[in-house]
Structures are given as structure tokens and as C-alpha cells.
Design a protein around this ligand. Sequence first.
Ligand SMILES: Cc1ncc(COP(=O)(O)O)c(C=O)c1O
Length: 410
Amino acid sequence: MSGVGKSWELYEQACRVIPMGTQTHSKAPREALRDVEPCFLVRGKGCRVWDMDGNEYIDFRNGLGPVSLGYGFDAVDEAVKAQIDNGYVFSYAHPLEAQVASRLVDIIPCAEKVRFLKSGGEAMSATHRLARGFTGRDIIVSCGYHGWMNTVTGKGTPKAIGSAYRQLPWGDMTPYEDLFRELGDDIAAVSVSCDYRDMDKGHEFLPALRTLTQKHGALLIFDEIVTGFRLARAGAQEFFDVTPDLSVFAKGMSNGVPLSCYCGRADVMDVVKDVVISSTFGGDTLGLAACNAVLDVYENEPVVDTLWARGHQLHTGFNAICAELEMPAWFWGMPPLGMLAFSHEEAAKNAELFLRFNGEVLKRGVIIYSVCYPNYSHSEADIDMALEAMREALGVVKDGLSDHGRTQKK
Ligand SMILES: Cc1ncc(COP(=O)(O)O)c(C=O)c1O
């Protein structure tokens, strides 16, 4: 590690012209990690990235999820470069729109029709509008994060808009049943993204939501922005075998080239004619060329199995080290998108422990996130190398921890 001085110098300059110095809250560097956290990354290949000070890292953030195959994945990059020579965006639709939509209809259970946009949150907003247009009802019941424009609590959102949403928790049907009893005729849709930590509950929770929404004439929408092309190729609906009315895919579908889609029942999707959902860049050809190439790779290579295998290696290896060192940390959830969390018996300590662990792994050339994403380019040897760094980092964190609370709590 040669320090991260250049990164922080540019970060301070950036903050003069960019609020928070970045466009994405989760990418903002943490002051407590000033000596070790890279604020800017300049290159990536496979599962590795390089910062502007020349440090190399094994990356489990993967652009916060979208890099499913690996940085600089040749088949995708070649498809994008070939498309650049022919043009990015045109004054009429491009054939790739129909071609990629047809391929998605073939693989996504709920998809009879598909439309493209650029970001996940934007596509989630589109499904909410469609659901309201289709049902003539106002309320969206939301479970989990669906992007900034669908985050309607707090400053900046008129109360009237907030009142057309209800946020309910993952995994417990009781509040949904209560709300439907009270407001069933006003609920347009339940819009759900799977919880990383307790994803397993989807086996009971998602079928129960399917039954409840159908009973009350509301739509069911799956946010597959993270689960798509990761948990299974067609995300939670394939994995849990529950077909929603609408769903959104984004991150993994184009290996990081911006693209999202919303898809679902033809009768609901056709309401797009009556409600306004339209975007200049919706059919941009670079995202579509990337997606087309990504679909080939998923079709011909064991991508999802590899994400599971590498994630499993990471989870079991990390959990074994924690047990051996008697450290209160654990990987929760499903291997392709597991959540790393500390579980000290004094809960207030967990954020600080995570931060210190984060700093120590960064020093050892590993980038983590609360959700750690393997990509298809992580080899077994890369995971072993990352685990070795994690073992050392946990040892250092343990040295700074009193005996109290070290026990493994699962
Ligand atoms: C589950 C989920 N839904 C929606 C979004 C929003 O997607 P975007 O940032 O592309 O708008 C995210 C982003 O992290 C997400 O994780």
C-alpha cells in the first residue's frame, strides 16, 4: 500500500464543486478511514481495481453490484466498442431494443413485455406509475430500498406524496394483512426488494405476498435490481418460484454499462401508452449491446453457479476464521449477495467494528461493503487471498477489543 494521499487531495478539490464529492452516497469516503480508503478508482480488470495512488485491490463492491462478470470483461467490452463505431443513440428506435427485449421475455418468468431505462430507481418509479395507472389506485406498499426517487420520507418530499406510500418490513406478513384489511381498495401494488440478511424468508414471504395481492386486486412488483443475474439469472422470481406482475432488472444485466428494464404482464405494460414514461436515453445502444453480450455469457457459461461457489467459499471461510478467533462477525444471507455484519453483544459497537475491519482489509488490498458481491472473474485463489487479508484484519481488530462480546452470535 503506497498511501492514498492523491485520492484525498482530489476528494477535497471535488468537494468544492460536487456535494459529497461523488454522485453516489455509498461511494463517499469515510473520514475515519482517511489514511487507507481510496476515494477514486481509475482502472479495473477481472476482480481487481486500482486507485489513483497506484494501489491494487481485490474488489467485493463491484461498482455497488453491477459488475457481475468482472471489470473489463472482454466479450462485453468488445460488443460495446463495436457498437460505438455505429452510433450510441438515434432519432428512431434501434433493432437492439427488440432483440434484447425478446431475449429477456424468454428468460424472465413475469416478462411478457419489456421496456428500457437507464437507472434502477427510475425503472422502479415506472412500475409504480404503471401500477397506479392500471389499477386506478394510489397507494404503493414498499418493502426495502427502491432508489432515491422512491425514497419519500424526510426533507424534500411533500407530505401528500409521502402519504401515497407505505413502507413495511421484510419477512412478516402481519403488517401487510393489517394494511390490506384497512386500505385494500386503495393499494395499487406491493413493491418488494429482498432483504440481504434474511433472504431465506423469501420462501414463505413472497408466495404469501403473491396470494394477498391477488386476493385484493393489487399488483406485485419485484425489485430485481440486485437479485437479477446474481441470485439466479432471472432473480428472486426464478429462485423462489414466485411470478410477480411487474419487475425491474438493472445492475447485473449489462456488467456495469448503464441500463435498466421494467417488464411484466402485457396488459399492465401496455398502460405505458396512457401514463407518461418516456426517456431520450431509454434505448441507448451501448447498454443494450452490453446486455446482449452479457446474456450470451450467462447462456453459455456457468456464471450463476460460479457466483454461488465463490460466495460460498467466502462465507464459509470467513465464518470459520471468526469462529477460530472468537470474533462476533458473520456472513448472512445468500452467497452471491451476502451481508457481512458484526454482532457484538453491545450492539452500539458493531458499526465501529465494521469500520475498523474495513480499514484493516483496505490496508491489505481488499475492498468490502456491507453486501459483498463476488463476480464471475473472482478465482478460488482470489477468494483465498482475500480471506487471508480478512484473517489478519480480524486479528488486528480483535486486539483492540475487550474479551467482552467476542463470542460468535449467529
Ligand atoms: C434493491 C435496489 N433497488 C433500487 C436501487 C436503485 O438503483 P439505482 O441506483 O440504479 O437507481 C438500488 C441501488 O443500489 C438497489 O440496491
